[in-house]
Design a protein around this ligand. Structure first.
Ligand SMILES: Nc1nc2c(c(=O)[nH]1)N=C([C@H](O)[C@H](O)COP(=O)(O)OP(=O)(O)OP(=O)(O)O)CN2
Length: 179
């Protein structure tokens, strides 16, 4: 089976409020790398001419635009984080740079949210490709991998991760996030 594998680096900051990792309650940043593995939903032998599963540019274009324009240098906060209220009150113009997560923004959760978002992009682009696996290297010593249906691992409610738009939260209107 052929797979297309794409890798992208992004800077982020987050904090984890649960007491599972107390040192992570102070906002801190990482430069992370996300790797995605894609497969054709209707695999076919190479045709002896173009010999492509899909042009790389088409397969990764929208995904990398979202990572570069929205996720890179975003602050990741739990929807329950009081810092979110501070940004709403003091710097609402920066809300489109805050990636809001259901619970603490751990790397495990980010893998599932990203896999869902990429799945939404691929479905809207015609469904020719599907996500087989996604991996996030948080630091040189910590990596989390995910395979399967991310919606089985995420809250049932609708959220930005299910929409094929540029959003990273449900605060800023999708039309504004699409700009
Ligand atoms: N299961 C998880 N545990 C932790 C996560 C996570 O996302 N999932 N995240 C963190 C923090 O983000 C933290 O910054 C990284 O923790 P840690 O590995 O302790 O960081 P170091 O770079 O100091 O690790 P070394 O391998 O010792 O250099 C914590 N836990």
């Amino acid at each position: 089976m052929l797979e297309l594998v794409f890798r992208r680096r992004f800077a982020m900051a987050h904090r984890l409020l649960s007491e599972a990792s107390p040192k992570c309650a102070v906002p801190h940043g990482h430069t992370e790398t996300v790797t995605v593995r894609l497969r054709a939903t209707r695999p076919a032998p190479l045709d002896g001419a173009a010999n492509m599963v899909e042009p790389f540019e088409r397969a990764k274009g929208r995904w990398h635009r979202w990572i570069d324009d929205r996720v890179d240098h975003a602050l990741q906060l739990s929807a329950a984080d009081p810092l979110l209220g501070w940004f709403r009150a003091q710097e609402p113009h920066r809300l489109d740079r805050i990636l809001v997560t259901p619970g603490d923004p751990t790397t495990e959760l980010l893998c599932c949210l990203f896999a869902a978002k990429l799945g939404a992009f691929l479905a809207e682009d015609g469904g020719r490709l599907a996500v087989v696996a996604l991996e996030i290297e948080e630091t040189p010593t910590n990596t989390v991998g995910f395979a399967g249906d991310p919606l089985d691992w995420l809250p049932a409610r609708a959220g930005w991760w299910r929409r094929a738009d540029m959003s990273i939260n449900d605060i800023v209107a999708p039309e504004a996030a699409a700009a």
